[in-house]
Write a protein that binds this ligand. Structure first.
Ligand SMILES: [Zn+2]
Ligand SMILES: [Zn+2]
Length: 262
């Protein structure tokens, strides 16, 4: 059994809990830790979980909305943390003041077997030192988690083929971003090849990844100023040939509901 719940998504802080069950073994990993300890606890309670139910953290990259509270959360829970060597170094390495025995280095396409979960990180094009996103499986079905990338590289596409559910970035509407009051350098960064995925690119990817075994698709990391859930639901449902009720958007403050992957 594999299920997931986004706890909050966007530039104010990202975190998603993924749970796998195999026999009597249950394993839960938190992907990204952009929420403070108290807020994380509050949102876990809303998901009928406690902080002590988390078995590990996986940090995708060093941007504050993802790595933000990692040290505090991991130190207080005394659980292992996976991240790339580049992310670890970008956070300060040994100077980060983190117990190094808790850090595990994740590498592109090297599967991490952790309890009932198999975690396969893969490199994405984003303006961080060594960003990784992940494909997670309970051995039967798989979930693709994909945020913070400027474009869909052939590598990204190949790593997500055949997934049974997707939690994927639909960051901005290209027209809204172009017309926004953001300074030009910021517009260029967001829409650039190492920035964030536009609705159009995300929908094109969703269409290419669509297959009869693809269940829930949850849109994530929406720009609060240059996008809207309505636009995303419309474009994603059309790309997947579904109704707007059959695709979901993760909200910044409440995330998503629990999603069963089957
Ligand atoms: Zn981000
Ligand atoms: Zn980022």
């Amino acid at each position: 059994m594999l299920r997931f719940k986004n706890l909050g998504s966007g530039s104010t802080g990202n975190a998603s809990v993924i749970e796998a069950q195999c026999g009597h073994q249950t394993t839960r990993i938190l992907i990204d830790c952009g929420l403070g300890l108290k807020e994380l606890e509050r949102r876990l309670i809303q998901a009928n979980l406690e902080l002590s139910d988390l078995d590990a953290l996986f940090i995708t990259h060093e941007h504050a909305d993802h790595v933000g509270h990692t040290k505090r959360v991991a130190s207080s829970l005394k659980i292992p943390v996976w991240m790339s060597q580049g992310t670890w170094l970008a956070c300060g390495g040994l100077d980060w003041g983190f117990n190094p025995s808790q850090i595990n280095i994740a590498r592109d396409t090297e599967v991490i077997e952790f309890g009932a979960l198999q975690i396969k990180p893969f490199t994405v094009p984003h303006d961080a030192r060594e960003p990784l996103q992940v494909r997670l499986s309970d051995g039967a079905v798989s979930l693709g988690v994909l945020t913070d990338l400027g474009h869909v590289s052939p590598h990204v596409f190949s790593q997500l083929q055949g997934c049974n559910a997707l939690l994927m970035e639909t960051n901005h509407d290209t027209q809204m971003l172009r017309k926004s009051g953001y300074p030009q350098f910021l517009k260029d960064r967001i829409s650039g090849p190492l920035g964030h995925l536009s609705n159009e690119s995300a929908c094109e990817l969703a269409q290419k990844l669509n297959h009869s075994g693809l269940g829930h698709v949850v849109a994530a990391h929406l720009s609060e100023r240059n996008n809207s859930p309505e636009i995303v639901l419309d474009c994603l449902s059309r790309a997947l040939g579904r109704t707007v009720d059959e695709v979901w958007v993760a909200a910044p403050d409440t995330g998503s509901a629990w999603v069963h992957v089957n």
